[in-house]
Design a protein around this ligand. Structure first.
Ligand SMILES: Cc1cc2nc3c(=O)[nH]c(=O)nc-3n(C[C@H](O)[C@H](O)[C@H](O)COP(=O)(O)O)c2cc1C
Length: 389
C-alpha cells in the first residue's frame, strides 16, 4: 500500500496481516449486526456548517478527561485479546498512547497483564474491570491496579451476559488460538504475525491465568469465563465496587437517560455512552443517536464520554459538538495495531487528530473546548420520536 491516509487504509492492512480469527473477532457485532452497522452509518446523517473568513491560526485540540490533560479528548477503549492482534499488543498500544498524550485503557481480558503494561510504560493508565462474582478476585484485581498506579477504573456495565457473535463461534476463537487445519492454514499465511508471536511469552489472559482460583492454564479458562461474570450485578454492587476502588471511576455502557441519572447519583466521575461497539444488545440505538438525550439529562452533573462507531476525526468532532466531553475509540486503534504494531497505533491517532483539527478549523473554530452544537446540522428526527410505555 502506497500512502496510508485514513483509518480504512489501516483496516485493509490489518486484514491482510492478522489471522482471520482475530480480524473477525474485532470486525463483527452481535447477532444481525444492525447496531454495529448503524453505529457508523448514523454519523453520516449529521452535517457540518461550513464557515469561512474566520481566523484559523493557533488551533488547539487539547483538553482534559477526568481532570487529566490530554492532547485531544480521545482515549483508547479497553479491548480484550489485544495481545493476539499483535504480539505484546497492549504494551505497544499503551506506549503509543503515552507518546501521543492520550489515555490508554487496559481490559480485564487483556493478554499482557496490568503489571506487564505498568512496567513497560511507566505511565498511569486506566484499567477496565468486568464485574465478576468472585469478590476475592475483584479485590485482588483492584489492588493490583492500584499498585500499578492506574489513575482510574472503567467499570463496564453492559456485559453481564454476552451478545453472540456468530463468527467467533464458527472460528472457534480462543487465546492462544486452537490449532485446527483451517486455523493452521490461515496462520501460515501471516508470517510476520506468527514470528512475533513466537518471540513473546504473553499468549493468554495475563490478568486471569494464575490469579483466579482454579485457573492455572488456558484450558481451564473457558469454563471460568463462562461462569465468572456476575449476572446479578445491580446498582448496589456498582456502588460496592466503586468503594472497593476508592479512586476515579468511569461507568461504561450507559445508553439510557434513567441509567445515566443513576450513575450520576452514585457520584461516578464520568460515564461512557456506549453500546460496546455493537457487540452486546443488537437492536439498540446507535450510540450517537443516544448521546444528545443523555447529555441533556446529566451533562451538568457528570462528565459524559462517548464511544462506538468512531472512524474519523469528523466523527469525534460531531460527538464533541453534541456534548461529549471526550470519546473512546476501539476498532480504530486496533486496526492500526494489527497493521503496523506501535507505529500503527500512532498512525491511527495522527490520522484522527489531523482530521479533527482540520474539520474544526473549517467549521470556524480554533479551540475544541469552545465547539458546541451550533456547528452541526442535525436532522430534526435524529434522536427519534418514540412511543412512551
Ligand atoms: C475486539 C473488541 C474487544 C473488546 N473488548 C472489550 C473489553 O474487554 N472490555 C470492554 O469494556 N469493552 C470492550 N470492547 C468495547 C470497546 O471498549 C468499545 O466500547 C468499542 O470498541 C467502541 O466501538 P468502536 O470499536 O466502534 O470504536 C471491545 C471491542 C472490540 C472491538
Amino acid at each position: 500500500m502506497s500512502a496510508i491516509t485514513c483509518i480504512d487504509d489501516l483496516k485493509r492492512l490489518y486484514k491482510r496481516r492478522v489471522p482471520k480469527m482475530f480480524y473477525d473477532y474485532a470486525e463483527t457485532g452481535s447477532w444481525t449486526e444492525q447496531t454495529f452497522r448503524e453505529n457508523t452509518s448514523d454519523f453520516d446523517k449529521i452535517y457540518f456548517r461550513q464557515r469561512v473568513a474566520v481566523d484559523m491560526t493557533n488551533r488547539t485540540t487539547a483538553g482534559q478527561m477526568i481532570g487529566q490533560d490530554v492532547a485531544m479528548p480521545v482515549a483508547l477503549a479497553p479491548v480484550g485479546l489485544t495481545g493476539m492482534q499483535h504480539a505484546d499488543g497492549e504494551i505497544l498500544a499503551a506506549r503509543a498512547a503515552k507518546k501521543f498524550g492520550v489515555p490508554f485503557t487496559l481490559s480485564t481480558l487483556s493478554i499482557c497483564s496490568i503489571e506487564d503494561v505498568a512496567k513497560a510504560t511507566k505511565a498511569p493508565f486506566w484499567f477496565q474491570v468486568y464485574t465478576l462474582k468472585d469478590d476475592d478476585f475483584m479485590e485482588r484485581l483492584m489492588g493490583r491496579a492500584r499498585d500499578a498506579g492506574c489513575s482510574a477504573v472503567v467499570i463496564t456495565l453492559d456485559l453481564q451476559v454476552q451478545g453472540q457473535r456468530h463468527k467467533d463461534l464458527k472460528n472457534g476463537l480462543s487465546a492462544p488460538p486452537k490449532l485446527t487445519p483451517a486455523s493452521i492454514a490461515n496462520m501460515a499465511t501471516k508470517v510476520g504475525w506468527g514470528l512475533k508471536m513466537l518471540q513473546t511469552r504473553r499468549r493468554t489472559f495475563g490478568n486471569v491465568v494464575g490469579h483466579a482460583k482454579g485457573v492455572t492454564d488456558p484450558s481451564s479458562l473457558s469454563s471460568w469465563t463462562a461462569e465468572a461474570f456476575d449476572h446479578a450485578l445491580d446498582w448496589n454492587r456498582v456502588a460496592e465496587l466503586m468503594k472497593m476502588w476508592g479512586g476515579k471511576v468511569i461507568l461504561k455502557g450507559i445508553m439510557d437517560t434513567e441509567d445515566a441519572r443513576r450513575a450520576a447519583d452514585l457520584g461516578a466521575d464520568a460515564i461512557v455512552v456506549s453500546n460496546h461497539g455493537g457487540r452486546q444488545l443488537d437492536g439498540a440505538l446507535s450510540s450517537i443517536r443516544a448521546l444528545p438525550a443523555i447529555v441533556d439529562a446529566v451533562g451538568d452533573r457528570i462528565e459524559v464520554m462517548f464511544d462506538s462507531g468512531i472512524r474519523t476525526g469528523q466523527d469525534i468532532l460531531k460527538a464533541r459538538a453534541l456534548g461529549a466531553s471526550g470519546v473512546m475509540i476501539g476498532r480504530s486503534w486496533v486496526y492500526g495495531l494489527g497493521a503496523m504494531g506501535q507505529a500503527g497505533v500512532t498512525k491511527s491517532l495522527e490520522i484522527l487528530h489531523k482530521e479533527l483539527d482540520t474539520t474544526m478549523a473549517l467549521c470556524g473554530h480554533r479551540d475544541l473546548r469552545e465547539v458546541g452544537r451550533d456547528i452541526l446540522l442535525v436532522p430534526e428526527d435524529f434522536e427519534g420520536r418514540w412511543q412512551r410505555n
